[in-house]
Ligand binder design. Structure first.
Ligand code: SF4
Length: 886
């Protein structure tokens, strides 16, 4: 039995209980003790639960999840009638109202609930809820205190001889009744209020000096706070960081504190235990291995979106090698090249016996599972499925700390499955996707962070800080929007009741009083206190909380940074590393360029001219971007379809004479047929989208029709010699593989090389610049020695035919750029010779290994370049700007 001088200490929350236990442990340790009994310190709710469960009760205590599900089921019956969109949100508000009724002994007079629809509906839900839990023989957690009192009254639960309550800023009527009962029964009850005797904040300030600091933004505030912690941190010193809007600061503070207190923690492979505790853990669903499992489980059919499929087989969580092996990389490349949007598991047959084949087979049978089972059975089924495909992945012996985090996440996952099992009786038989939906809700609501020992540095919310004492305290984010907070009255509690009874978050006066009370308490919580606030939140200007207006301001002290980045920057003896400007192609690279060649070879020259590093990354490092295809036709598809349809058309029609002989009707018929065929060949992935395809057919027929009518039919005689002709050309030992869209023969003049364009960007002027940004047609010219080069712009209603040619080449409606005017060359032969020399020089520069990060035209190519993170152009630009600052 506990003596009055050794009472059970009951705290307002488990955080305070852990904090007090830490204090006790430190006292014992400092007193030289080696072992000691754990003092009876626990949260009030944990104590009530223990007492209730220890009495072999007749009523079963519902979990929070079970209560929520019952509320959701009751409300779902009215959801359609009431047009409810967010069922979970409404259920949570209704449950909160029910709890308030019990804790604050709110009146239940039916007349008061008749005044609004919300209150009326809530009353009918409450009746159903009470009936349901009574039928289940269950007890809602908000009724637990009353039930324990009744059991004590009956003698089923023994009376505690002595209690000390800590951290309660106020006593709810339910708690008051309970404590009065204990006192009446002779128990010794001590209530230690963390709130000082009524005093104004100004009066408090005289005895407990505090200062306010202002910062530009939250980032600056968090950074200064982390550096302050670093500057005062000593073993055993208790440091508190209290944040009213912790959800907005959590990630920021965690990052800054880790960077200052354990700088080496920025290296992922070297995960460290952080020397602070931080509240408001993110949900378990954000853990990568859990997120991936939920994504996989939620696949609805055997047709899986390609991005999801690739993310599964490339992740380390499903038994595949990590990083992905050759089989997976090859498969990705194949699928990306095909530009498919989804993969059908029924038609996908990997090598039998491989991990991929096991994965596909298991996933297929999971998606076809159409049973109706109790939620507990679903927990078993989905565990079996995940186990069969190797989730949560192979262990990595050299990553113990990561493993440990993974292990804890796995344990938390199992807890969630247990919670799912606990819904058997409440939900009854459900299907696979319903079970998954419930599991996802459970996981999304489960906070998760790696369990660490209690530390003397605590980052906590305002409510949580109740009852805690520190040696140093910083209260952050004290702007007028956060302190006091805005009221959030529960819509199911009628206004008349809210205005009479003092319910949390019900009105501005109560919030103001609560904020004042909290500040009074915090002023006594440490000998050294700083308050701070950010001046801006994005574009929003913020002001200091009105409650702190009269607090003395304090110039923000500058603390040195311990971050690795800043440590490096302050070193005076930095070694200068000069990258070699040239990395010549190796012999094996040269052999490969010569024998295998480079497809779309003109792009090598184009890249080298636009930015040498781009050419280096794409053609020597073989980096490439796998573009995610659009759901319907994208610009690449459109270009391919136009090219293919024109190829089919001219292969059949052959020359101007045949074109002239086609009637309007048969021309349209042929175009329709060739465009359909082209779509079938070029855009297999959109074959099921009949309506999109029809629109595309109509559009492309019109584009080609306008081109033939406005350009081709107005040309003097010509013959189409070749369509899509593949050629290769050797420049400085590099074999460039090229494809010429079309080669026409102009009688008695020579060849005209045509490049089709579906956009409007191509300009013949680019061929005459010192750096040839559009080397495609000049390259073809080196190989074919033509009489002219032309772009064919195929656009609806406004096709364009333009280029440059020898003098007097008859081409009809053609915009000729006179090369003698636009360049320094007076003859066509000179121009061809210039192109040959110029493009050879570019190829030579590539082979010599010029890989400078030097984009032309003030970085214009960077706008569409995917190598920004590889070349680090932004970082280089930032450094240069810093160096320019005197
Ligand atoms: S992002 Fe700009 S600088 Fe970097 S490789 Fe691309 S073009 Fe060159």
């Amino acid at each position: 039995m506990n003596e009055p001088f050794n009472p059970i200490i009951l705290t307002v929350n488990s955080r305070l209980a852990r904090w007090l236990l830490l204090e006790q442990d430190e006292k014992k340790r400092n007193a030289g003790e080696k072992a000691w009994e754990t003092p009876p310190i626990l949260s009030l709710s944990a104590w009530l639960r223990e007492a209730w469960l220890g009495s072999w009760p007749t009523l079963y205590l519902l979990s929070d999840l079970q209560c929520e599900k019952i509320w959701q089921q009751i409300i779902a019956q009215d959801a359609a009638r009431l047009d409810l969109v967010h069922l979970q949100g409404v259920a949570s508000q209704a449950r909160q109202a029910f709890t308030l009724i019990h804790e604050y002994r709110l009146p239940r007079d039916p007349k008061l609930y008749e005044l609004t629809d919300e209150a009326k509906t809530f009353r009918s839900w409450t009746k159903k809820y009470e009936k349901r839990i009574s039928a289940l023989g269950a007890l809602d957690p908000c009724m637990l205190m009353d039930a324990v009192k009744n059991s004590m009254q009956k003698g089923d639960i023994p009376l505690p001889p002595s209690l000390r309550l800590m951290g309660f800023e106020e006593q709810s009527p339910q708690l008051k009744i309970f404590l009065d009962f204990l006192l009446a029964k002779g128990a010794h009850v001590e209530f230690i209020s963390p709130v000082p005797a009524p005093q104004t904040l100004e009066e408090q300030l005289k005895d407990h000096p505090a200062h306010v600091r202002e910062y530009e933004n939250r980032q600056g505030e968090a950074q200064a706070c982390a550096r302050w912690v670093r500057s005062i941190f000593q073993p055993g010193k208790r440091i508190g960081i209290v944040v009213p809007e912790l959800e907005k600061y959590r990630a920021l503070l965690k990052r800054e504190l880790a960077a200052e207190l354990v700088p080496e923690s920025i290296f992922i492979s070297d995960e460290q235990i952080l020397p602070f505790n931080i509240s408001l853990a993110p949900p378990l669903s954000q853990e990568p291995m859990i997120k991936m499992a939920l994504n996989l489980l939620s696949i609805k059919t055997t047709v899986v979106p390609i991005s999801a499929f690739l993310s599964f087989i490339q992740s380390p969580f499903f038994g595949f090698s990590y990083p992905p092996d050759q089989e997976i990389s090859d498969l990705e490349r194949k699928l990306r090249r095909k530009r498919v949007l989804s993969i059908s598991l029924d038609q996908f047959h990997p090598v039998s016996g491989s991990q991929l084949s096991k994965f596909v087979e298991s996933l297929k049978s999971w998606t076809l599972n159409s049973k109706s089972l109790l939620s507990g059975k679903w927990a078993e089924e989905l565990s079996e499925f995940l186990k069969s495909i190797g989730w949560p992945g192979k262990s990595m012996a050299d990553q113990q700390s990561v493993l440990s985090k993974r292990h804890q996440a796995f344990e938390a996952w199992k807890d969630c499955l247990n919670e799912l099992c606990s819904l058997n009786q409440i939900l009854g038989p459900i299907d696979r996707l319903q079970a998954l939906n419930h599991l996802t809700n459970i996981i999304q609501g489960k906070p998760f962070q790696t369990k660490t020992p209690e530390h003397s540095i605590q980052v906590i919310g305002l409510l949580e800080s109740s009852g805690m004492q520190f040696d140093h305290l910083w209260v952050m984010g004290c702007h007028s929007e956060a302190l006091p907070t805005h009221p959030e009255p529960n819509p199911f509690i009628p206004y008349e009741i809210r205005s009479k009874c003092s319910i949390p978050r019900s009105n501005p006066q109560r919030e103001l009083k609560f904020a004042e009370q909290s500040l009074n308490r915090l002023l006594m919580a440490a000998p050294e206190i700083y308050f701070s606030f950010p001046l801006h939140d994005g574009d929003l200007d913020l002001e200091i909380s009105p409650l702190l207006k009269n607090f003395p301001k304090n110039e923000a002290a500058v603390y040195p940074s311990r971050r690795i980045k800043d440590q490096v920057m302050v070193l005076n003896d930095l070694e200068e590393f000069a990258e070699p400007a040239f990395l010549p192609a190796t012999d094996s690279e040269k052999t490969l360029f010569k024998t295998q060649g480079i497809s779309s070879g003109y792009s090598l020259l184009k890249d080298q001219v636009e930015c040498p590093f781009m050419a280096f990354a794409r053609h020597r490092l073989n980096s490439d971007r796998h573009q995610v295809p659009e759901v319907d036709f994208d610009s690449l598809d459109r270009g391919n379809v136009i090219h293919k349809a024109l190829e089919l058309f001219w292969s059949k029609t052959g020359n101007l004479k045949n074109l002239l002989n086609l009637s309007e009707h048969s021309l349209e018929q042929q175009l329709d047929q060739f465009v359909r065929e082209a779509i079938k060949i070029c855009s297999e992935r959109t074959s099921g989208q009949t309506q999109f395809n029809q629109l595309e057919i109509e559009r492309n027929v019109r584009v080609i029709h306008d081109w033939l009518r406005d350009v081709e039919l107005k040309r003097p005689d010509f013959k189409v010699l070749r369509n899509e002709e593949g050629i290769s050309i050797d420049l400085c030992g590099i074999k460039l593989l090229l494809r010429i869209d079309r080669i026409d023969e102009i009688p008695e003049k020579g060849l005209l090389l045509i490049d089709y364009k579906t956009g409007r960007n191509a300009k013949p002027a680019d061929w005459f610049a010192e750096k040839i940004r559009a080397p495609q047609l000049p390259l073809y010219a080196i190989a074919k020695l033509p009489a002219g080069l032309a772009y064919g712009h195929l656009t609806i209603a406004n096709p364009e035919f333009k280029g440059t040619t020898i003098p007097d080449l008859p081409l009809g409606k053609f915009k000729n750029t006179d090369f003698t005017q636009s360049s320094e060359f007076t003859s066509w032969e000179e121009l061809l010779e210039h192109w040959k020399n110029n493009l050879n020089a570019v190829a030579d520069e590539f082979l010599k290994g010029n890989h400078e990060v030097l984009p032309i035209n003030k970085g214009e190519p960077c706008r569409h370049c995917e190598f920004g993170s590889l070349c680090r152009i932004r970082e280089i630009a930032n450094l240069e700007t810093q160096e320019d600052i005197p």
